[in-house]
Design a protein around this ligand. Sequence first.
Ligand SMILES: CC(C)(COP(=O)(O)OP(=O)(O)OC[C@H]1O[C@@H](n2cnc3c(N)ncnc32)[C@H](O[C@H]2O[C@H](COP(=O)(O)OP(=O)(O)OP(=O)(O)O)[C@@H](O)[C@H]2O)[C@@H]1O)[C@@H](O)C(=O)NCCC(=O)NCCS
Ligand SMILES: Nc1ncnc2[nH]cnc12
Length: 286
Amino acid sequence: MQYDSRFIAQAAVRALLYEVSVHPKPGLVDPVGSGPHPDMTVFTFIDSAVALRDYFDAAARCGADFAGADLTALFERLRALGRGAEREMFEATDGVNTHKGAVFSLGVAVGATSHYCKSHDYGTTGVQEVIKRMLAGFTARDLRLLEGKPDFELTAGERQYLKTGATGVRGEAEAGFPSVIDVALPLLRGSRGNGDLNTRLLDVLMLLAGRTEDSNLVKRAGDPAVLDWMHDRSERYFSLGGAGTEAGMRLLGELNEECLERNLSLGGSADLLILTIFFGFMEGIM
Ligand SMILES: CC(C)(COP(=O)(O)OP(=O)(O)OC[C@H]1O[C@@H](n2cnc3c(N)ncnc32)[C@H](O[C@H]2O[C@H](COP(=O)(O)OP(=O)(O)OP(=O)(O)O)[C@@H](O)[C@H]2O)[C@@H]1O)[C@@H](O)C(=O)NCCC(=O)NCCS
Ligand SMILES: Nc1ncnc2[nH]cnc12
């Protein structure tokens, strides 16, 4: 299948809207509640997603139009578009950070997909190779800029890198989003025809939460040990049979309560779910 830029940009916005619609998501905003995010509701996410439509159109066109051999130059062009999109997102949400991570990760995915589809039938492995070439050396280059940056200017991801060496969203992106393409997408493919979409996507979220180093979760907990706790909860969830079982749904409810009490957010895992949904649309498995 050869996709055009318009279809690709539309899939990106649909992925944002599908993710926020999945419920009940522990530690995240969904149509039923705001979880540990009192400054946002599902409507904030709808406003944000709609405001990002032009950005994804521009990112898709940028990918399709790029003709050079050095794909790191394509990434730099996309990054400039992403910075503008972040501003548009904050305008649409009155300063609330809904999709900063997704502006970056999904922007990369849209640009890479569109570039690949210019000369190939769609294939996720091919797109992953494009992403790796676009981001080659990015993490080291970006994090090298931190030398001398005052502490109060550091983002959560930057602070965690300096403290523990965790590379967060940058490392995940540079490696071609392995947790999405090698872990979550196979689950989504395998669950086709088995359960409703909401159930399938809850399982994908919990698989991602169990495998990812979510810098948003670590920031909220103030301790990277929270990752082991979340990874254990995810294992338990799947040992109970996941969202297709009463016991799995009960565990999700308990986890939701625990995230609320401890003010824990799964923002990074939500972004990876968005990416999985996007690739799911591209593969026609949703
Ligand atoms: C490259 C940048 C995007 C790097 O970002 P930065 O250093 O500014 O921020 P980080 O702290 O590193 O995190 C970025 C966001 O990435 C998401 N994330 C976290 N872990 C992972 C992971 N393992 N894999 C993938 N993605 C991950 C996460 O996003 C979600 O959390 C956001 C809410 O965060 P925040 O407001 O900090 O937290 P709250 O606790 O909710 O707020 P408080 O109430 O406590 O204040 C939300 O957006 C989710 O989406 C991380 O936050 C950047 O520097 C950059 O270059 N940006 C501009 C360029 C661009 O986007 N270009 C696009 C195309 S290339
Ligand atoms: N549903 C959601 N709730 C909170 N943060 C998010 N980041 C991306 N999706 C999110």
